[in-house]
Design a protein around this ligand. Sequence first.
Ligand code: ATP
Ligand code: MG
Length: 386
Amino acid sequence: MKEAIIIRYCEIHLKGKNRGYFEKLLKENIKNSLNGFDYKFTVLHSRYLIEDFNENDYVAITEKLHKIAGIHTYSRAYVVDSDFESIFNACKVLCEGKFGSFKVETNRADKFFTPNSVETSRLIGGRLIEIYGKNIYVNIKEPSFVVNIDIREDGKTFVYTDTIHCMSGMPVGSAGRGLLLISGGIDSPVAGYMTIKRGMKLDCLHFHSFPYTGEAAKEKVIELTRRIGEYNGGINLYIVSFTHIQEAIHEKCPEEYMITMMRRFMMRIAERLSKKIGCQAVITGESLGQVASQTIESITSSNSVIESQPVLRPLICFDKNEIIDISKKIDTFETSILPYEDCCTVFLPKFPSIKPNLDRVIKSEKNLDVESLIEEAMANMEIHHL
Ligand code: ATP
Ligand code: MG
């Protein structure tokens, strides 16, 4: 019997006239992600089918599906012609070796198919009991497994037991391009994942402070970015040296404003790079009140230097525990907690200002040649294609 992986989307259903655009993009993203595998790809009424795949590739293929934004669920199914006997045969094979309670659930998109869905479930359930009655019994309310029969419009029926949830969201590329400020911490990779999930294609920017932060710290960020890149269809990481900027701030500005000033430089550089490489937004992993640099006053101070692009902060209202849960789910947590320095922990003041006064910040910044510090940093960027 023919088997297929049936892929479903969700929010794309809500799209009106431009639904075709989203469907096509998701199709392309799936194909790009499965590049290298042998299989046949078919589109079937708002579902995508992966057929004729190599059994040994099944796990690897489904692992890929879990990293494609826009896929809501998938099922491994038998695909049969929409006639009662073929459907029953598929159900019979599916229930072989199964034990416990079950129910049959029929969805009849093809309204010309007879009998109707309730009747189909009842008849097939009855015949399954006739064959396997020693092992299985019907429990409509709390079955331990469900035999799903999905009768499609075009003469084909899918028969399957399990529906596996993926990341949902919208296809990458459907929501433009953004530049993620990525540190080695827990939060920014999660912020990146959340933005990708909504269909934004990402590039990443990291600031490092060689020799204050070493090779291992850089490698950690490269590894985190690579992991995020698996959801993004590959990713570019820009690494900017922050050392001279930090030294200048350290030397010429009030100690308690160290972090505030650093943030303002990060934002300025991010905005410039973002525009240069065709991104439309800057993304950070900030969460309101999490640390001194993330009070509303601190955010106001760093936000005020960025003029032409929105700053997206997907985690702004998330608790740390909620962020950690997602970072475990997307497999960045273990890397994030490796103990290497971040540029923000170098020159950390004893008492960072929790409520920086914007006028004073701007005044202190006059001690610095902001423009040439930025130009120098941007002239010596490293780029990694991951
Ligand atoms: P994270 O876990 O993402 O490091 P955090 O809780 O440590 O966040 P901060 O250090 O205040 O918070 O950083 C806030 C945000 O600023 C980060 O989420 C990230 O977007 C950005 N950021 C911090 N350090 C860097 C860096 N070295 N390079 C690029 N962006 C950074
Ligand atoms: Mg950090």
